[in-house]
Design a protein around this ligand. Structure first.
Ligand code: AMP
Ligand code: GLY
Length: 424
């Protein structure tokens, strides 16, 4: 097969790393890719939401199968666009990607299918939003309905913060049209875990458990990010809980989507809060998490491409997933300033030394670029250093010892990735 991966982050680097090892993969392309991905795939300078450019690339390179990493092209309808022209894709259609593209859509699905989640109200007017916030009181959660790069959610501990969030999202339009509609939602307390299932619309396979660290600061403090690190397995997600999540959240969601005539295929990523009354849905995403994908793929022993093709073809019941018993842990190295404005252009050295002679280490690139023969930082999250180990603790030690060999004064990382699992 001639395969194209769409995206340019560490998640797509990990996808290319795994797919290039498949006996089914004859040629691998990535759009737009990054310098790390270039070691595994031919990178093509086409943007992830350039639908016609991506179709042209598929034609030029005779691509058989496309794997889409990020949410923006899914929500923009890339799968519909390519499949209509006979190019097979792994990922949901535009209608199904509404599970990530519209938080209100997901909440309505939960209500219809009895999926446990916080109570909510959808509002399209700032006064109605504020009235609902005053009626419920704090703590309360205010969410932009549409895509806002993970930044459209305000978990407000006070009434004032919640009311300000309405102004920021609806009146100042910080995230443009994404904030034209809001979801006002009940605050859920508990431990957060990520849950992933691969699905062909009918059948679903749970992936191994994983947990990420969203806050920028140690001890899970400070502003939210896309994720500062992740590990798998996540001891918080026991087999018993996994069975409950499949039965109470994943399967009803897939049934509801199929009943609506918009079956969901691809990766269904459930952000969960483990509350006193059981797992509750915080949100769905329509793709692999980043950096969760990186640690999951380090542990996947089955051939990834075979699984993705089976999901596309509706025969996921014919495959199973095998996992490495070892733990995997990934540490994100970010550029100073992230999650605000990251400083770009600083030089990164020592990557080879950090990964050399250590089969347990893989370093995935996110926001890197090559300039004048040098590797430089070119984004917020820049590298993800992953390690395997007999335990989460052992993987943590190995990952940080590789991190310490990287020479990049312009970057920083959290030193406590995995603390919950290690503490247990
Ligand atoms: P989301 O983009 O929906 O994942 O929200 C971002 C983060 O906000 C989540 O990872 C949670 O930490 C937090 N969050 C979202 N919804 C709630 C909720 N109802 N209660 C408590 N925290 C929440
Ligand atoms: N790490 C969380 C996400 O990918 O949304």
């Amino acid at each position: 097969m001639r395969v194209l991966v769409v995206g340019s982050g560490a998640r797509e680097h990990a996808l290319c790393w795994a797919i290039s090892a498949s006996p089914l993969c004859e040629a691998l392309y990535c759009a737009p890719g990054n310098p790390g991905i270039a070691a595994y795939a031919t990178c093509a300078k086409v943007g992830v939401t350039d639908l016609s450019g991506l179709l042209q690339l598929c034609r030029d390179e005779r691509i058989d199968f496309v794997v889409i990493g990020p949410e923006a092209p899914l929500v923009a309808g890339l799968v519909d666009h390519l499949e209509a022209q006979g190019v097979k894709c792994f990922g949901p259609t535009q209608a199904a990607a509404a599970l990530e593209g519209s938080k209100g859509f997901t909440k309505d699905l939960c209500a219809r299918m009895n999926i446990p989640t916080g109570s909510y109200l959808r509002v399209t007017d700032a006064e109605a939003a504020k009235a609902e916030i005053r009626r419920r009181g704090a703590p309360i959660v205010v969410k932009a309905d549409g895509l806002a790069a993970g930044k459209g959610v305000v978990v407000a501990m006070t009434l004032g913060e919640a009311l300000d969030a309405v102004d920021m999202l609806m009146l100042e339009k910080r995230f443009g049209d994404a904030g034209a509609e809001l979801v006002i939602e009940e605050y859920l307390a508990g431990e957060e875990v990520s849950f992933f299932a691969i699905t062909d619309g009918t059948h679903a396979l749970a992936l191994a458990s994983a947990q990420d660290h969203k806050s920028v600061g140690e001890g899970d403090t400070g502003p939210n990010t896309g994720g500062m690190g992740a590990y798998s397995p996540a001891p918080a997600l026991t087999l018993d809980l996994e069975a409950r999540v499949m039965a109470e959240i994943i399967r009803p969601a897939l049934t509801g989507m199929a009943q609506a005539g918009t079956p969901f295929t691809g990766v269904l990523f459930a952000g969960l809060m483990l509350t006193a009354t059981g797992p509750q849905l915080i949100e769905f995403n329509a793709r692999f998490g980043d950096p969760e994908c990186e640690v999951l793929l380090r542990r996947l022993k089955s051939d990834l491409l075979t699984v993705l093709v089976a999901a596309r073809d509706g025969v996921l019941d014919r495959v199973s997933l095998r996992w490495d018993d070892r733990a995997a842990l990934g540490v994100v190295l970010a550029a100073e300033g992230y999650p605000g404005d990251p400083v770009k252009g600083t030089e990164i050295k020592g990557l080879e030394a950090a990964a050399e002679n250590s089969p347990e280490i893989e370093i995935f690139h996110a926001g890197t670029a090559q300039r004048d023969g040098k590797l430089i930082a070119d984004g917020g999250r820049v590298l993800v250093v992953t390690a395997l180990g007999e335990t989460v603790k052992a993987a943590q030690v190995a990952a940080y010892s590789a991190v310490d060999q990287i020479d990049w004064p312009g970057g920083f990382c959290r030193r406590d990735i995995g603390w919950r699992a290690v503490g247990r």
